[in-house]
Design a protein around this ligand. Sequence first.
Ligand code: HEC
Ligand code: HEC
Length: 324
Amino acid sequence: MNKVLKILGVVVALVVVVALGGVGYLMMAFPNVPPPAVVTLEPTPDRLARGKYLNDHVVGCTTCHTQRDWTRFSGPIKPELLGAGGEPFSLGPAGVLYAKNITPAAIGSWTDGELQRAVTAGVSRDGTPLFPLMPYPHFGAMAADDMHAVLAYVRTLRAIEGPVPPRTLNFPMNLIVRTIPAAAAPQPRPSPDDKVAYGRYMTRSALCADCHSPIDDRGQPLPGRDFAGGTEFLETGYRVRAANITPDADTGIGSWTEAQFIDKFKGFETPSLAVLSETERRQNTPMPWTAYAGMTREDLGAIYAYLRTQPPVVNRVTRFPDAQ
Ligand code: HEC
Ligand code: HEC
């Protein structure tokens, strides 16, 4: 009996040592990304114009980093709080994130390299690993000149003081998150003449898959379900499910022509800002239609061309289950 207890004691001690060693290793060795680069983001007029276009209509820094008004269609941002953060993003049982203040009031003292590392590799100035809902895995693959343009533009936001609540990341996500940041690997932007390759680049930069491609509970894409929709969102106060945007004719957007696709977006260019009725709110959407509406017809057409190359997936989605 004594011997058994002794062995048990040794085993428990070993488990504790291994566990502590593992956590210690995670804390020491991760996040594993290079130190911030020494860069200067010259704010040339061309660069600022490109950066504003990408921010406002494609990559959506200030779409996430500004509080939104879900009583109106598509949750317009509160312009007087541009970039000041505070919008919550629930991760279910894993915790809750708050988009940070990215105006000079919060990051004005960061170097350009520190800002670039946070946005493209996922490590904050103080070494905190960011959760990848902040889309650094996509931003790290964007063309260097596009990313420089966006960051140069972000630097021009008006300083707005505004504290943002700290995030909650529960075990084990608080440990797993340390292993996710990775060095940026910028890819050149394909020529718009190669419509599909360029469309893939724009689709990725505009984060379409982040909502439209379902993931498992470890955040991994479900194989064979790219762009098949069905993921549920609660931002608007009601359940809304991402549409199937694969080329399936029946349950996806296979029957849409390129012109119909582009016109659907362009239809939101001057949205009504009216407060929605209770009935209308049940069909409100977290998809930033009004932001995407400012994309050029060429860029939207390229996204359409890329989506057409995806395998059609049969998946009938009820987009607004609370509307009935
Ligand atoms: C889909 C929403 C979303 C988009 C789009 C987005 N962010 Fe974020 N961002 C977040 C969230 C949420 C956090 C906080 C993550 C965390 O706490 O782990 C964050 C964190 C950051 C941080 C770290 C700030 C700090 O104090 O640690 C910076 C800098 C940042 N984002 C800049 C940007 C820029 C620049 C863009 C556009 C290129 C951008 N973000 C696009 C949601 C987003
Ligand atoms: C924040 C999440 C989110 C992002 C990002 C997003 N969508 Fe959506 N999308 C939705 C949701 C939810 C719906 C269903 C409600 C609605 O129709 O607005 C939807 C609907 C659609 C529809 C309408 C389909 C139909 O049958 O009427 C199309 C087309 C679409 N999205 C394309 C895109 C494209 C292309 C992108 C990238 C440029 C994109 N979405 C980015 C969440 C998102």
